[in-house]
Structure formats: structure tokens, C-alpha cells
Design a protein around this ligand. Sequence first.
Ligand code: C2E
Ligand code: CA
Ligand code: CA
Length: 629
Amino acid sequence: MSAAWIQASSARAQRIQTLVRKRTADLKRINRRLVDDMIARERTEKALQHSEQRFRQLVSMSSDWYWEQDRDFRFTMVTGGFTEKAGIVLERLLGRTRWEFIDSIPDSEAGRAHIAQVRAHQPFANFEYQLRDDNGDTRWFCVNGQPVFDEHGGFAGYRGTGSDITERKLTEQRVHHVAQHDVLTGLPNRSLLQDRLSQAIAQSSRSGNPVWVMLIDLDRFKFVNDSMGHKAGDVLLMTVAARLRACLRDSDTVARLSGDEFVVLVSEHGEQQLTPAIVERVMNAVAQPVLLGTKEFFVTCSIGVSVYPSESTPADELIEHADIAMYRAKKLGRNNFQFYSPAMNEESLERVRIEGALRNALERDEFVLYYQPQLDMKTGKIVGMEALIRWQHPELGMVPPGRFVSIAEETGLIVPIGAWVMRTACAQNKAWQDAGFDKLRVAVNLSARQFGAPDLVEDIAAVLADTGLEPKYLEIELTESLFMSDITPAVELLHRMKALGVNLSIDDFGTGYSSLSYLSRFPIDVLKIDRSFVADITRDANDEAIVTSIIALAHNLKLAVIAEGVETGEQLDYLRRHGCDEMQGYYFSRPVPALEFEQLLREGRGLRPHETIAPAEPAIADGGAANSY
Ligand code: C2E
Ligand code: CA
Ligand code: CA
């Protein structure tokens, strides 16, 4: 029994012991797990702290900031040195939405889209907006945001980043400015002009207020550029640009189209109606003297105006039509303005037609030469003739030179046409001489374009050699425009031409710009008084003075003088009395075809010798007085 008890009690003790061991082991294990847990938690906490610190460091190092908003889009926090980075005290921002803080956001398309996106709890990226910082400086921010949802999927607000992009925006604006403005004058260029024009048209369509497009072209800018140099030309353009700006309102656009062409857009605003006085104001502003170096220059301009809305001008042809009107203003003698009219379009279409037809005219043999006699005032005899070109076109009819010579000059066609004139005139003159008529001089007009062509002197020499005409029976008429630019090569060329033995005359004398002092450097034989002076000599005291001065000047320089455009007996008398050497004009004969001219020669026609020669008025003694015109 006791043995059984002992056995039983030792078995219990053993069980207890096992239990105790087991518990102890459990406890140890739990303890170990606890310690492990603690270590792990500590590690996590450290890691968290670390990551938080890294995040803060990162945010403060980067130029961005981090922000959070509540479910009503109000800022709850912004980290990372926001105030320094953004120039805004944080407290001003907290508790407000972005569009409460910057009340201009709802004004823009992008701003309204942003607000809608946020209200729809969508993520957004690169939303850019402008604002003023605490110093009142303009800044640009760019923000990105993500909606935040709680564990039940409910919307809890937004978080995101922001950065200051002012530098980039300014650079972009500068690049944009450069791309849209003219470097020299700072005015809008053609591309920006197009934008402004579209805006003006759109506005006009809404308001019904008209828009005027003025195309302004400086008269004889090329002359300044060539004679004074490009720097002076630049100064002139900048001056004109500033004057155009100054004489218009800030809301008007002044753009530089190219070279010396400017465009002005003016729109009517309420009270201020558009009237031609505005165009005159622009012309006056341009026409003020400009100081270039030590010289004062007077530059005028020609302006073409097109109007929107108008029946004849669709929106996309406003500039083109202003250009056509400007061209017309130039043709009417420059320094004036013209409003576009459909008739002008006709004219420019005719230009295109003429240009096309002109290209074939030579090979189709459509040109003819007319000859106008030139007579000696003393003997009354025909001593020469001017060859004047005529164009007989199968459909256009007889086209006068006034309608095609300038086009031929612009296109360069004048070079082959002029060569044809030279050859035909010389051959005709030689043929008359060979037929036994008195030997006459033939005058041929040379355009500036031909003057600049290579081989000019060689070509003239070849014509003389081929036709057998003695050089002294050829006279070449040049205009003063040839000498406007750089005169040194011109002088050299004139000497080479003169060396051929031909005569040289200056046509339309008195209308150009030639400085009288140049004249003595040119190997010139004849001055041809422009017919505009002759037309008025018996009516206008100024023109009288000019004509008598030219005659006196020419004689002092040992040059002969011929008056062209003599239409009346009084004009003839006047010129005779003042010692003019020769005359040409309708009074004696119009330009006539070769056969008719031959008839004049055959009949021995001439001026009736002057019976009662009145005593000559005292001629101006020297060139001094002549300088005054
Ligand atoms: P231009 O050289 O001044 O020629 C004189 C112009 O005056 C001619 O006009 C002539 O018909 C006109 N005329 C002559 N006498 C009188 C007159 O008494 N009263 C009036 N009102 N006019 C008179 P046209 O033939 O129409 O020629 C016009 C211009 O065309 C010429 O002016 C000249 O610049 C140019 N031209 C004519 N033929 C040629 C040519 O073969 N080559 C070049 N390059 N130009 C030419
Ligand atoms: Ca002429
Ligand atoms: Ca002339």
C-alpha cells in the first residue's frame, strides 16, 4: 500500500516537475518573444524615425514642398521651408483652399478645370498658376496632388507637392518674346501680328467696331541705307518704330513686317472713331527730321489702308489689300496714303497679267520703237531723236511704257528688252544715215537696272560694231537715281562708257537727288530738263527759276541743255530766250513710228526760225544760285 502511495506520489512529483519545466520553457519562450518583439518594434520605430527624418531632409533639400489638405480642400499643413521657398507666410495659407488664397484661379480656363478635377477627387499633375508673394512679386507655382482616402474608402483630403517655377516661366516668356518680336526695333514681328490681327478681327466681329490695317512703307529707305550705311539705316528704322509707337494708343499694334515695312492695327473704341486723321498723324510722326550722324534727314512714308469689316476685303486679305493700297500710294508720288478699293485689285491683277505677257513679248516680236525728234533751237533743224519703246500686245493692245517699264525693271526683264532697244535704235539710225538723210543722234534710255548689269560697256561696244553706227551718234540717257547710292563705281562706269565715244545725258534732271557737286565729276554731255518744270515755266515763278538755273549751271559746266515736254509756243519762246540749246516735245511732234519719222526727215520739217528774238534776260552768272533749289 505504502509502496503504491510512494509510487503514486513520485509519479505526481515527476508530473509536476515536467509541468514546471514546461512552464519555465514556455515563460522563457514568451519572454524571448517579448524581447524580440520589443527589439523589432524599436527597430521599426527607428526605421520610421529615420525615414521621417530622411523625408524631411529630402523635402527641405529639394526645392519642392509637401502639402496636405482636408476633405474641404483647405490646407492643413505644408512642410519643407515653404515660407522661404515660396515667399509666403504659412499661416496665411493654412485653413484656406488654393482658390481662396489665389482668387484669380477661377478666372482662367486651366484654373476652372483644376477646381472641377479636385472636386471630382481626381489626381492632378503640373497645375501651374501665377500669384503674388508677400513682397508683392509675381511668382509661378506648379503643383501635383493625389486624393487621400480613409480605410473605409471615404475621401479624406489631398496631399501633394509644389514648387516655384518662376525662373523657368520667365525664361519661357523671354524665348516667347524673342520668337515674336523683331530684334532691331523690339516691335511685334509678322507672327505676333497675325495673332493680334486674329484677335482684333474676332473682337470686331463681336462688337461691330471696325479695325483698320495700315501698311506703312518708308519712301526711299534704300537710298539712306545705301548712301549712309546700314548703321544709319538701323537708326532710322528704330526712330520710326519709336515714333509710330508714340503716336498711337497702347492698345494699338505696331509691328515690323520686313525691311522698311511696318503694319499698324487700330481698332475703334467707343468714343474714338477711326478717321483718316489717324493716318495723317502717323505720316506726320514719321516725317519729322531724323538726325543721322551729323546730317538731318527727312523721311516720308506711303501708307495703304484696308478696313475690316468691308465687302471687298475678307479677313485673311487685310494685309494683302493694305499692301496693294500702299503700292498705289507709292505710284501716286509717295508721301501719301490710299484706302484699298477693289479697282486697285484690278490693277494689281493687271500687273500680274502684264508681267506674264512681258516674259514672251521679246520673242514674239511685240515691241516697236517710236522716235521723237529733238531740234536745235537756233537753226530750228532736227538734230536727233529719242527712241521710245512701245508694246503692241495682241489682246492688251498698245501698252504705254508707263504701264510696263517699271514692271520690267522689277523683274529684270528690262535688261534683255533694253538690249533690244539699243540694237534696234542704232540699226535704224544707221539705216537712215545710209539712206542719205542728215546724220542725226539717237538717244536711248538706260534703266538703272541695266546700268548695274555686267558687260554693259562691252554690249554697247558690240552693238556699235555690229551696226556700224559711229559712237558720236548714240546718246545714252541716264537718270539721277543711278548716282544716289555709291557714286564711285558709277563714275568709273560712266568713264568707261564715255571712252567708247558716245554721248551721255542726264534725263529728268531736277527731279532726283543728285548733288550738284557730283556733276562735275561725271563725264556728262547733256542735261535734260524734266518736263514737269517745262510744263509750268510760263505760270510758276519757282519753275522759271529752276529752269533758268539749270540752263546757267549746265553752260557753266560746258554741258548742253535740252528741254523735254515742250508743248506750247510760249514755252518754246521762254526757253529760247534763256539760251536752252535743244527742245523735244509735242509742240513739234509726238513720238512717231519709224516710217512717219522718216517722212518728217524727207519733208525737211523743222521749227520755224525765230523771227523776233527778244533780248535774253541776264542769266545767273555762276553755279552759286543754282545750288539753292
Ligand atoms: P522719258 O524718258 O522721260 O521720255 C519722255 C516721255 O515724255 C515720253 O513718254 C514722251 O512720249 C513724253 N513726251 C514727250 N514730249 C511730250 C510733251 O510735249 N508733253 C508730254 N506730256 N509728254 C511728252 P513715253 O514714251 O510714254 O515714255 C515714258 C517713259 O518710259 C520714258 O520717260 C522712259 O522713262 C520710259 N521709257 C520709254 N522707252 C524706254 C526704253 O526704251 N527703255 C527704258 N529703260 N525706258 C523707256
Ligand atoms: Ca528719256
Ligand atoms: Ca525725261
